[in-house]
Design a protein around this ligand. Structure first.
Ligand SMILES: NC(=O)c1ccc[n+]([C@@H]2O[C@H](COP(=O)([O-])OP(=O)(O)OC[C@H]3O[C@@H](n4cnc5c(N)ncnc54)[C@H](OP(=O)(O)O)[C@@H]3O)[C@@H](O)[C@H]2O)c1
Length: 269
């Protein structure tokens, strides 16, 4: 039995992970802004953008359980639209939830995990961290930041027996699609391309993998003695990530553009 904390456990991937790990007999604590009414998952209402809330929640868990073995930093959200049309507030909010949220949660957890004698931190990145999606620039950037953060973190905490993996799922069918915030304004110059691009990504997500697949991948990582720095979820996406690694950067980026950027539809002004 392991003591596990999952952020963003009220929906989608986080909920599937929490349910799956509970069924395996682990003690699972779910963090989210809305209360989770799920048998066996212990729900704690907290916002990942507020460090003090996480610090106090993790301390309470440690006091009850005497240790914390696994932290799954999963909470996240999306925004879409052209960079030119994105407000500073929306971009900052996304970075605050997706990236600073991982920082807050990790910072709050590390002293307790060190006291526990080690542990695993699994950070929910995305294939979009490696293949930057046009009109989802800030989302892609937030996930790339998680990868870089995870690499640095892994070296900092290895002496304490703490291991780190950046998880990179491809499209998964969850509430993420409906929760994605679209830019309030879309300039005429981008309108057609943004509409087409968002339609492609929404269609991919709605026909995406079952979140249970991500839960199974995480379960295997929890059972392993040594975990990798990166884990891609979904066979097709493993090929995409491999191609991104071996192809010249410009070619790989042009291929992504041919799927999501609709460059031929550009307006002259
Ligand atoms: N779906 C995909 O195709 C896909 C692919 C790759 C990576 N991912 C990543 O997987 C993670 C989970 O996404 P999902 O698809 O399961 O989306 P989802 O169904 O929208 O779930 C998002 C979860 O994050 C929580 N959350 C959002 N903001 C929060 C905040 N400020 N504080 C605490 N919790 C917060 C939400 O709970 P509350 O609203 O109750 O707070 C919810 O539980 C995200 O990091 C996402 O980027 C998703």
């Amino acid at each position: 039995m392991k003591v596990i904390v999952v952020t963003g456990a009220s929906s989608g991937i986080g909920l599937a992970i929490a349910q799956h790990l509970c069924k395996k007999g682990h003690h699972v604590y779910g963090i989210s802004r809305t209360k989770l009414h799920e048998k066996n998952v212990k729900s704690i209402v907290a916002d990942v953008t507020v460090f003090e809330q996480l610090k106090s929640a993790y301390q309470d868990i440690y006091d009850i359980e005497g240790r914390i073995d696994v932290l799954i930093n999963n909470a996240g959200m999306g925004i879409s639209g052209a960079i030119e049309d994105t407000s500073f507030e929306d971009a900052s909010y996304l970075m605050n939830v997706n990236f600073m949220g991982v920082f807050n949660s990790t910072k709050a957890m590390l002293p307790l995990m060190r006291k526990s004698g080690g542990g695993k931190i699994l950070n929910m990145s995305s294939v979009a961290s490696k293949l930057a999606i046009p009109f989802q620039a800030f989302y892609s950037a937030s996930k790339a930041a998680i990868n870089t953060f995870s690499e640095a973190l892994a070296n900092e905490v290895e002496p304490f027996g703490i291991q780190v993996t950046s998880i990179m799922p491809g499209d998964i069918k969850t509430g993420f699609t409906k929760n994605r915030k679209k830019n309030d304004v879309t300039s005429e110059a981008y309108l057609k391309r943004v509409e087409k691009s968002v339609a492609v990504m929404e269609n991919d997500e709605r026909n995406g993998m079952d979140p249970e697949l991500a839960a199974q991948v995480i379960d295997k990582l929890i059972q392993k003695k040594r975990i990798p720095l990166y884990k891609t979820v979904g066979f097709k996406y493993k090929i995409f990530v491999w191609l991104q690694k071996v192809l010249p950067s410009k070619l790989a980026n042009n291929i992504v553009g041919s799927i999501y950027a609709f460059k031929k539809d550009k307006k002259k002004k």
